[in-house]
Design a binder for this molecule. Sequence first.
Ligand code: FAD
Length: 337
Amino acid sequence: MNNIFVYIEIEEGKIADVSLELLTKARSLAKTLNCKVEAIAIGSNIAGIETTLAQYGAEVVHIADDKELAPYRTLPHTAIVCGVFEQEKPQIALFGASSVGRDLGPRVSSALHSGLTADCTSLEIGDHTTKDKEYKDLLYQIRPAFGGNIIATIINPDCRPQMATVREGVMRMERVASPAKAEVKIIDFKKFLKDSDFAVKIISREIEHRKINIKGASVVVAGGYGMGSKEGFEQLHKLAEVLGGEVGASRAAVDSGFAEHARQVGQTGTTVRPKLYIACGISGQIQHTAGMDGSAMIIAINNDADAPIHKLADYSIVGDVNEVVEKMIKYYKENTK
Ligand code: FAD
């Protein structure tokens, strides 16, 4: 049985969270398929990277290490990934739906004449039967389609690898309980490259580090259109501050200018899994809940008792959000030292 490959994204020497999330997912897929998880890491000064990757489930790590290979450039990375895939023939290949993965994944799939499903929200293994053929153990590439109105399960029965991208935060990241040492395979990458792959020269780079980090927050106080205004959001900032959390927002709130886009939670925003998610004046449409339904505890505050968010919530407060949030701030301050 051919193996599952995960492309490892490395930025300034750090492995992207999405790659570790994909290794975690690949591990459970590989268990079902009874195959191995392999990682492909391309960069500069990355010797020893296999130790971290093994902690998340990589059993084999293919490494191309050269100063010309970092930072990421489209053509050399595409050539190396295609070269390795042609040699190793993975049955599944996973990439982050990051700017790198969105650039690299489609190029690799196009060069190898496979298919790729972008922005999957779930990956499973299953069978498929047509009137003249039975397919076993396919990758179900699951994602919202038609504006989120349906959840589509997409399969690629005939071409390999079956490829998918997944956004950061969508899958859980979990270490292996007792990791084994990963086998290292040094990629003889020069044989895959031509001079023209280095036609693009990087003259300078400026990386904007995001100040807003809703993904890493253990408490997210999120506001929706029901907050009514940017000023309404100020209350959420106060509540987030007393709870040691971050402020999130629905798309309707972002589109209305109540909050910055970096705070948007959902299908076209960030996926969060905090310990506590407080949804304030948010109706709970699927495109929003897709980005927060993995939260450990959800409190919904909404003046409409029939709002869909209440079905998902562990605790529901039916009432005016401005009054409720004000009381929460007051009582929380009074009851904590
Ligand atoms: P509304 O649906 O308008 O809900 C406002 C809620 O506030 C209502 O339930 C109302 O009862 C309540 N309310 C009003 N006043 C008060 C008050 N005083 N006190 C208490 N409650 C009050 N949405 C996202 O959030 N994230 C995404 O990433 C996203 N991606 C999308 C992608 C696509 C392709 C599409 C088509 C849509 C997407 N959407 C996304 C939009 C989504 O469908 C909803 O329109 C959006 O989530 C609604 O935001 P909301 O709940 O804040 O607003």
